[in-house]
Design a binder for this molecule. Structure first.
Ligand code: ZN
Length: 156
């Protein structure tokens, strides 16, 4: 060999699946004890809580047919509420904190991917408190209708 200094010498870890290598033997000893030896830190993850969901529980107990064990509901309803910030006008007696502003509901929009439904928009007709009551009533009635529609699309 003309000049063997051109070839690098490495210590290679002999453990299967390990590609560690180093130039100094001391590093290899360190690697072996820290990464393969007794000083290696092992941690175990423990599952907490109940891993069984209610659906699986129902299937296991025989309340729900087995074929629905993996059933997932895919329908959602979302809503957006617009409010107007005003000076607080309610009663202040008996309050343990000072409320300066309040939110007055202006409008509500509801959308859902339940088949046969369309996005709905509700707006209060005036700033009278009764108009707010009516708006909330319209809104909850619509949620009830959505629920009836939804019930048509889940297994009986
Ligand atoms: Zn190794």
């Amino acid at each position: 060999m003309a000049n063997d200094k051109l070839f690098d010498t490495y210590y290679k870890c002999s453990k299967q699946g390990c590609f560690y290598r180093c130039k100094v033997k001391k590093d290899m000893v360190k690697h072996d004890t820290e990464d393969h030896g007794e000083s290696k830190v092992k941690s175990m993850q423990k599952q907490r809580g109940n891993p069984e969901n209610l659906l699986e529980f129902g299937v296991r107990k025989g309340f729900i047919p087995k074929e629905y064990g993996n059933w997932r509901q895919k329908y959602i309803a979302t809503m957006d509420i617009e409010c107007l910030e005003c000076e607080f006008s309610g009663k202040r007696e008996g309050m343990d904190r000072d409320i300066v502003m309040e939110q007055k509901i202006v409008s509500l929009a509801v959308g859902s991917n339940i088949p046969g439904t369309e996005p709905k928009f509700f707006c209060r007709s005036s700033s009278a408190p009764k108009a707010e009551e009516d708006l909330i009533e319209e809104f909850t009635e619509h949620l009830y209708d959505l629920r009836l529609e939804y019930l048509q699309h889940i297994p009986k």
